[in-house]
Design a protein around this ligand. Structure first.
Ligand code: NAD
Length: 289
């Protein structure tokens, strides 16, 4: 049970977390902090939060748990703001899609309370954003990755884990560097590929003629290009090294395909496509959500 939860960034991720905890009676009251007053008002209307705070420092004065659910590039300044205001016993967690940069920011800006920061990343979400997009059950059956710090008390990590568990998430723990390498490959790179394809087509002189005929394959491949540009700017920059390595690997694979195509090597193309199809089938079969 959390007496006072402060959610900084009451959007899809932060709002859905608050809604789930409220529904289960696991939280006494929820205060929202954010950049957009209209969004916070919407969150209050929807019963996601009870109160709106003007700034993070005021909000956390008697907080038991603070969730940072803003774009990862906004986190360093918020850690700085929290540092002098953190009450004893208050835990801080986050939902950022990248972990090494967020942890580095917490170490730099929140050094006296680093033991109280428990980093987390819910593997759930959508291309929608804001308090209007928040919903109960978003995390049900979805993975949640904790990347605990050596300084964390086991009981604090367990407490954060229990809250996500209560939201229905399947919690696992992982090393932060490994987390960033894996998500560069399976999440961050696909977003770059989708943004790139749509931007390349949109930049053509007769773009409308192409978009008019784009069907469900195009829609599926580019769904994530509808994601929040600021959030993805921060993720790309926050995980730059791992993402550059993945980008190089992907470009190299596209180069291989280009070469096969140029040579007209249908047999090799078919083998490559079959390997990819089988790997995807297996992945789908083994998914739990
Ligand atoms: P969102 O846009 O729905 O919500 C973010 C909220 O933060 C907005 O209400 C915005 O007004 C507020 N905000 C932005 N900058 C701020 C600042 N400097 N100070 C205070 N408030 C600020 O985004 P979201 O999808 O909820 O993502 C939040 C975090 O969760 C991001 O770090 C993202 O990487 C991570 N995440 C997103 C997804 C996803 O699929 N959307 C999945 C997992 C993790």
């Amino acid at each position: 049970m959390i007496g006072h939860l402060v959610v900084i960034g009451v959007g899809l991720i932060g709002g859905s977390f608050a809604l789930d905890l409220r529904r289960q009676g696991l939280v006494g009251r929820v205060t929202g902090v954010g950049r957009s007053h209209a969004n916070l008002e919407r969150a209050r209307e929807r019963g996601i939060i009870d109160a709106i705070a003007t700034d993070a420092a005021t909000a956390v004065a008697d907080a038991d748990l603070v969730l940072l659910a803003v774009p990862v590039g906004a986190m360093p300044a918020l850690f700085r703001e929290l540092a002098p205001a953190m009450p004893a016993g208050c835990l801080v967690t986050d939902a950022g899609s990248t972990k090494l940069d967020v942890i580095a920011a917490a170490r730099a800006e929140l050094p006296d309370h680093i033991d109280r920061f428990v980093p987390a990343h819910p593997i759930a979400g959508a291309e929608t954003s804001g308090a209007g997009a928040a919903r109960e059950g978003l995390y049900r059956g979805k993975p949640l990755i904790l990347t605990p710090l050596p300084e964390n008390q086991a009981a604090d990590v367990d407490r954060v884990e229990a809250l996500w568990h209560a939201c229905g998430a399947r919690v696992t723990r992982m090393d932060a560097a490994e987390h960033d390498r894996v998500f560069a490959a399976v999440s961050h790179l696909p977003h770059l590929a989708a943004f790139a394809l749509v931007d390349e087509l949109a930049g053509r002189q007769r773009a409308d003629a192409y978009f008019r005929y784009a069907g469900s394959g195009f829609r599926d491949f580019t769904r994530i290009a509808g994601s929040h540009p600021e959030m993805w700017r921060d993720i790309a920059l926050g995980n730059r090294d791992a993402l550059l390595a993945e980008l190089d690997a992907y470009v190299a694979k596209l180069g291989d395909i280009r070469e096969l195509l140029e040579r007209g090597d249908g047999a090799a193309l078919e083998r490559l496509f079959a390997r990819a199809r089988d790997a995807r089938h297996l992945w789908l079969k083994n998914r739990h959500d």
